[in-house]
Structures are given as C-alpha cells and as structure tokens.
Design a protein around this ligand. Structure first.
Ligand SMILES: N[C@@H](CCC(=O)N[C@@H](CS)C(=O)NCC(=O)O)C(=O)O
Length: 319
C-alpha cells in the first residue's frame, strides 16, 4: 500500500484485521461528485473522465455495468488493468486483453494516486474515476460512482433507467445494508479471515444472505420494487463470481449456488441484459483471484467450473 505517497510493502490482501482476525476494508479517500453537486469543480461533460477498472473486481464491475445501462460509453472512457495483482498492486501490462495507461504512461495504478495526492496513504484500489483535465482522481468509491453515473450526467443520459429511484430509496438502503455486510463484503471476510472463528462467522453470514435472496427472488423478479435498480447490480457482481472464485478459493462452500434455484434464474435473467453480460469475463476473474499468493501459493488457476454447469450457463451458450 501507499504510505505518505510511497509504495511501502509487497501487496498483501489484508493490511488490517481486528483482534479476532476479521478482515477490515479501508474507506475510500477521493469522494467528489460531478456537476452542480460538486459546485462545478468537476463539470459533467463528455470526453473528460476515464474509468479505471478490472473485470476481476466486483466493485469496479458495478460501474462498468452502470456505464453501459446509462449509455455513457461514448461519454466516459474505460481503461482495464491486468486482473493479476502484482507486488505493487494493479499493473498496466497490455497483456491479458488489458490496456496501457493513457494518462501518465504509468506502470502501476498507484502512480495515479500519488499524482493526485503526493502524500496519499492507503491502498490503490479500483474503481477510479480520473479527470483528464486536472489530472486527478475524482472518486475511488464504487458506491459514489454508481450514483455519479446514475445522477450526475442527467443531461447526457436522458431516456435511460434511473438506478436509484427516489421512491425506493429506503427499501434499497435496507436491502443494501445486509447485502453489503453479509454478501458483497461477507465473501471477502470469509476468504481473507485469519482465524477459524472469523471465517465461520463470515461464511454463515454469506449463506444466510443467499437464503434471504432466494426467499425474495422466489416471489419477485427484482430485489427491490418492480424494476431493475442499483441493488440488483450490487447483488449480481457477487453472484457472478460465486462459482468462479468464492465457492472454492474463499471457502464459501456450505452449499453450491445450484441449491438456490430462484437466485440462479435471476442471474440468468440478468445475463440476458447486454450490460450485465458484457461485464462478465470469467478468465479475468479466475486469473485475478487465483493470483492472490496468500490464498493460492502455486498460482495454479483452475480449469473449471465448466460454465454450462453453473448459473452462468447462458454466458457459455452465447460463447
Ligand atoms: N470501497 C471500494 C473498494 C474497492 C476495492 O477494494 N477494490 C479492490 C479490488 S476488488 C482493490 O482494488 N484492491 C487492491 C488493494 O486492496 O490493494 C469500492 O467499493 O470502490
């Protein structure tokens, strides 16, 4: 991670844990909004901002999905980093169907962080929204970026669905509270736990979240209300990685995902939407997660699961 603007240590998945060995996720450092919400410092215009992402990362993938649903492809450029974590974090390699950094010609993402704040302390995470004019990070928190893409470009996104409908705000916040704690972040707490107790607590929460999802989806098409919302994007990114990485590598193996038929039908339904299908790159996901040396010292990437045996079978059929 970066300490006072200097890269200090080889990359480790866990830099912070509590006394019981529970993984603690850091809070994001750059939190600006665009347009009026920001007093005009970062105007909401086309062609000025660039999203740095990797298909490995569920948080970054939320934003790739939102970018497409909001039809912002020609408004906000994307750079995809190599999904394999290096000793210096995310790298621009040009390999693996990834890009080079057009901003600074940097070899690693952490350069963008120190360019933005020479004394930055923290992890150099994706997603990052970069301003090409002032050469700084605007925001590196996916929850904010989901809102920014949904709300701050209104003049350019007319006719696209509202992902945070005001009438559903309370219900979305209720669902997203347990969804984040027990599922989106719960799988990481299972995978990165450093004690048996911390792991078992986390894995139980992951499966109780799946139980809740199954209950809701057995009766309804969407997690909140009668339309696709940001809550569905949040659920999808973790579900789509479940059989590819979390079930085996993160030991979330109490039950297979196929024990949740309504959840599997929901994943299938979402994959019929091009924005969701385009965000899914199984090879990037497996290469990235299985590059975490602490969890997989040999670096061997599993061949399976055969996609047609998973909830992602629609993707396999589409080739
Ligand atoms: N709160 C952040 C979390 C982002 C995050 O943890 N991204 C991971 C990838 S999935 C990352 O970049 N990790 C690199 C690191 O921790 O050094 C968000 O949601 O935007």
């Amino acid at each position: 991670m970066l300490v006072n603007g200097r890269w200090t240590d080889d990359w480790q998945p866990v830099q912070q844990a509590d006394a019981q060995g529970r993984f603690i996720r850091q809070t994001s450092g750059f939190r600006s909004r665009l347009g009026a919400a920001n007093g005009g410092v970062f105007p909401a215009v086309a062609g000025r901002y660039r999203l740095y992402a990797t298909y490995l990362c569920p948080w970054a993938t939320r934003i790739l999905i939102a970018r497409r649903l909001k039809r912002l492809e020609s408004v906000i450029d994307v750079v995809i980093v190599d999904p394999r974590l290096t000793a210096q974090g995310w790298a621009f390699t040009g390999d693996f169907d990834t890009d080079r950094d057009p901003a600074l010609g940097a070899s690693h993402l952490h350069r963008l962080y120190t360019h933005s704040d020479p004394t930055y302390t923290g992890r150099a995470t994706v997603p990052v929204l970069w301003d090409t004019v002032s050469e700084t990070i605007v925001n590196n928190e996916s929850a904010d970026l989901l809102r920014i893409f949904d709300e701050d470009f209104d003049a350019l996104t007319e006719g696209t669905p509202r992902l945070h409908p005001p009438a559903l705000a309370t219900a979305m916040a209720d669902t997203e509270g347990w969804l984040y704690r027990d599922f989106n972040n719960g799988v990481y707490q299972a995978g990165f736990a450093s004690t048996q107790q911390a792991y078992e607590e986390a894995v139980d929460r992951v499966f109780s979240a799946l139980d809740r999802l199954e209950q809701r989806l057995a009766q309804h098409d969407w997690l909140v209300g009668r339309q696709l919302t940001a809550t569905d994007i949040r659920a999808f990114v973790t579900l789509a990685r479940f059989e590819l990485a979390y079930h085996d590598l993160f030991r979330c193996n109490l039950r297979p995902l196929s024990a949740y038929p309504a959840v599997c039908r929901y994943v299938d339904r979402l994959l019929a939407i091009p924005a969701f299908a385009a965000s899914l790159r199984p090879e990037h996901i497996k290469a990235g997660y299985y590059s975490i040396a602490r969890l997989n010292p040999t670096g061997i990437v599993p061949k399976g699961p055969a996609l047609e045996t998973t909830a992602l079978r629609r993707f396999a059929r589409a080739g």
